[in-house]
Design a protein around this ligand. Structure first.
Ligand code: FDA
Length: 394
């Protein structure tokens, strides 16, 4: 009878951003690591990220740019593996990069370079990679994690959950990490689509006729505000400002859009003094796209010369333009979400090592954990930092 194969020091489930970072880090420490993915190749979400150029980190990374039931949880990992650390790795691999806006760093070339970087780090660290087969079963006995794949029992002293969340299922995204977490008694914060476009109902049909029109706005939900571009779509609202606020939004609540965030208070009355013959549509059209100016003026029912309107009506119009309410009917869901908010509860994990407090050897990293970043490279930075923290601790 042949002896059972030697267990791996760690089996990492999910060869995405977090899983590859974790496997490479642990492998470089001399550990024997197996990295498993059910997809045909590693890093498929990285390949489509940042419009194909991968917004791989953000220079302004800070814990307050992440949503979590415990806003302090991400501090330790983000503090120990920083945007500068990942940037140094990018430079070591000779990848040219640029800052686009708001601290967002992109490859000059292609997102493929980041996948190659991670695959290269894994290979150099001796990580074994198995792609293309689903994992059928996971068990824990005799101090080892047993992963059954394709009828073969693979064992590891540690098991790392890095299978992400269910956003963009057509790319192989699943809620598998949550199932395994629950199997081991870990709590899961209700997962929901985040960084996702809104849908609008018949009350806002006029705006849907603006499909393709974009404008720089400030969008508010409660005390949260983002000042970035918004895009009207045939279904509703998208663009960076809307994606950002969607992560905070709760169903059946309104959002408010400031269409002229740069305007000084009293600007419309001032306009009336200076250009009494101008109409609202023309005044708005000086700053906003013509079609949007037209719809706003139509909605405000003030499309006549400013000089013919009293100051009170103009102040009311100004206030409305600064807090234009939209009542989203929902979002475009996981099919169009860039990330999943919620996930494996941080209450059950060590913020230093990412290990489950009550299940020694079980780790969770990346998007499957209840830590969700803003748009702009923050989610990859969380994947790198949490992957690195676990890779150091295993
Ligand atoms: P990730 O999803 O990367 O990897 C999980 C892996 O697990 C996948 O390879 C999957 O195949 C595998 N898997 C799933 N279920 C499995 C199972 N049952 N068995 C085995 N394997 C399984 N972020 C950012 O910071 N900058 C950006 O530019 C972008 N751009 C972007 C664009 C688009 C279109 C999307 C959808 C998302 C982004 N993101 C982003 C978000 C970013 O892609 C995301 O936060 C990270 O990929 C999360 O990394 P993880 O490793 O946690 O999961």
């Amino acid at each position: 009878m042949s002896a059972a194969p030697e267990p791996y020091d760690a089996i990492v489930l999910g060869a995405g951003a977090a899983g590859m970072m974790c496997a490479a880090t642990a492998g470089q420490r001399g550990l024997r690591v197996l990295l498993i993915d059910h997809g045909p190749a590693p890093g498929r979400k990285i390949l489509i990220s940042g419009g194909g150029r991968c917004n791989f980190t953000n220079l302004h990374t800070a814990p307050d740019r992440y949503l979590s039931a415990n806003p302090h949880f991400a501090k330790s990992a983000l503090g120990r593996y920083t945007a500068q650390d990942f940037l140094a790795l990018v430079e070591r691999h000779g990848i040219a990069w640029h800052e686009k806006t708001l601290g967002q760093l992109f490859c000059d070339g292609s997102a493929r370079q980041i996948v190659d970087l991670l695959a290269g780090e894994c290979a150099a660290a001796g990580v074994e990679l198995l792609c293309g087969q689903p994992v059928n079963q996971i068990a824990h006995r005799d101090g080892l994690f047993h992963v059954t794949r394709n009828g073969v029992d693979l064992t590891g002293r540690a098991l790392v959950l890095a299978t992400g969340g269910p956003a963009i299922p057509k790319l192989g995204a699943t809620g598998f990490a949550y199932e395994v977490a629950r199997q081991f008694g870990l709590a899961v914060v209700q997962p929901r689509p985040a960084l996702v476009p809104f849908t609008l109902g018949p009350a806002d049909a006029l705006f849907q006729s603006l499909s393709g029109v974009a404008a720089e706005v400030a969008v508010h939900w409660g005390k949260t505000c983002f000042r970035e571009a918004a895009l009207f779509t045939h279904k509703g609202l998208s663009g960076p400002a809307m994606l950002q606020i969607s992560s905070y939004w709760e169903h059946r609540t309104p959002i408010a859009v400031d269409f002229l965030p740069q305007a000084d208070p009293g600007w419309l009355v001032e306009h009336k003094r200076q250009q009494p013959r101008a109409g609202l549509r023309r005044v708005l059209g000086a700053t906003l796209p013509a079609r949007l100016a037209e719809v706003l003026a139509e909605r405000l029912e003030l499309d006549r010369e400013l000089g013919a309107l009293n100051d009170k009506a103009l102040r009311a119009a100004e206030a409305r333009l600064a807090r234009w309410p939209f009542q989203p009917t929902g979002t475009e869901g996981f099919a169009k979400a860039e990330v999943t908010a919620g996930g494996i509860s941080t209450a059950d994990l060590s913020s230093r090592t990412m290990m489950a407090r009550r299940v020694p050897g079980l780790y969770a990293i990346g998007e499957c954990v209840d830590v969700t970043g803003w748009l702009g490279g923050y989610n990859f930075q969380w994947a790198w930092a949490s992957g690195w923290a676990a890779g150091q601790a295993i």
